[in-house]
Design a protein around this ligand. Structure first.
Ligand SMILES: Cc1ncc(COP(=O)(O)O)c(C=O)c1O
Length: 393
């Protein structure tokens, strides 16, 4: 990667044993075995800590797997009508919604789909709260901002100064709590239980009076629970302790932790050119198929490849769009790349399918499921011209 951007290390994940030879590329392939391993860890947290874990659809919304996910988790967390509806239609367990703002029309639809709805401000609650009171089955909460930062990248720090996300304590309106049964905070991103511990200490201190008035607290997402080395005992202790101290129900709504390390993006080399450096053009795109590579930014792991110079042959890997910076990075390989070679990008299940675009009309990667029981790969979705055309008019 170039320029002054700080490039983050990708989260540590284990390689997947998927035979990708013969796969029609590009394709995201999610491994059922790795997914079930993550889900079991999360189910154990639910059982041991006595909390509920929801899948945040913004991170992973591969709905063909919702029946599997629903075997382990308590439901989904949505950020829009579309996500709430997908969760209701395809999993039909608990559906929770939070958005930085709702239009009255969107909220009306959300209220037909959800169990919990969380507001981002007292001004929205004052304006729209009547609609919630008219939907007695729906419980309302308020997102608060503990103003304690743990995330180093400002783009991903909801607690940064001037943040629009959540009510800071100075702006909290205890006089408007009638009808609010819960609180929500979300301040983490790819972080450990130690970050939650520090955040909880601040949250409990600042919002002690408010916590005493509610029945449930949602600790948001960003908990990297399924990462190797995550301190599960600390998480269980923090959640159990909080529940015992305050007598409230606790929800966690991670997205990434469900799909962490569960899927790959398989691509092919389409061309090899030279301009000062050797360049390989792939049938994928950083900006269209793995946008966090440019946004975070981070350097994804490619199976069998190393840092530039680590192996004999180094290439700059570029994508199919016109964006000059549509470059994944410089990687080295033990042997020369050939046109038609497949490259396998690790950990490409979360924040990829949900964020990808058809910029330049580039075809979206297919979506497939690998079953380790029989080593089969089942393509559940292939994209084409209609998907591009139907987004436009
Ligand atoms: C309110 C809220 N909940 C949950 C999540 C899921 O976070 P993650 O996928 O990092 O666990 C996010 C992510 O931005 C969020 O904003």
């Amino acid at each position: 990667m170039t320029g002054t951007r700080v490039v983050h290390a990708p989260p540590a994940t284990r390689p997947l044993d998927i035979d990708v030879s013969g796969v029609d590329t590009p394709a995201y392939i999610v491994d059922l075995g790795a997914l079930r391993r993550n889900l079991q860890i999360l189910a154990d947290v639910q059982a041991q800590a006595g909390c509920k874990v929801l899948l945040a659809l913004k991170g992973f919304a591969m709905w063909s797997l919702f029946p599997v996910i629903g075997e382990y988790l308590s439901g989904i967390a949505a950020s829009s009508v579309a996500e709430a509806r997908l969760g209701r239609e395809e999993m039909n367990k608990e559906v929770h919604a939070y958005a930085p703002a709702y239009s009255p029309a969107e909220l009306a639809e959300i209220l037909t789909l959800v169990d919990h709805v969380v507001f981002n401000s007292f001004s929205q609650w004052e304006r729209l709260g009547e609609m919630v009171r008219a939907a007695p089955a729906v419980r309302a909460g308020m997102r608060v901002n503990p103003q304690h930062s743990e995330v180093e990248v400002p783009l991903y720090d909801p607690a940064a100064p001037g943040s629009r996300l959540g009510v800071p304590h100075a702006g909290f309106r205890p006089d408007l709590m009638d009808g609010l049964t819960g609180l929500h905070f979300h301040t983490l991103c790819e972080l450990g239980a130690d970050a939650l511990q520090r955040t909880l200490a601040v949250f409990e201190d600042r919002f002690a009076r408010e916590i005493a008035r509610v029945e449930w607290v949602n600790f948001g997402g960003g908990h990297h629970i399924t990462r190797p080395g995550y301190d599960l005992d600390l998480l269980v202790g923090l959640v159990s302790g909080f529940r015992a101290r305050h007598g409230v129900d606790v929800y966690l709504e991670p997205g990434e932790a469900i799909a962490l390390g569960t899927g790959v993006l398989v691509t092919s080399v389409l061309d090899l050119v030279h301009n000062d450096v050797d360049i390989a053009l792939l049938d994928t795109s950083a900006t269209a198929h793995m946008p966090d590579v440019l946004e975070m930014p981070y350097r994804p792991v490619i199976e069998g490849a190393g840092e530039p110079g680590e192996h004999a042959h180094t290439y700059r890997l570029g994508g199919l769009t016109c964006l000059a910076g549509d470059v994944i990075g410089d990687y080295s390989f033990p042997r020369r790349l050939q046109i038609g070679d497949q490259l396998v990008f690790r950990d490409m299940a979360h924040y990829t399918m949900v964020k990808n675009t058809t910029f330049n009309g580039v075809r979206l990667p297919s979506i497939a499921i690998h079953d380790p029981a029989d080593r089969s790969i089942r393509v559940v979705r292939r994209f084409g011209y209609d998907d591009y055309k139907n987004r436009l008019s």
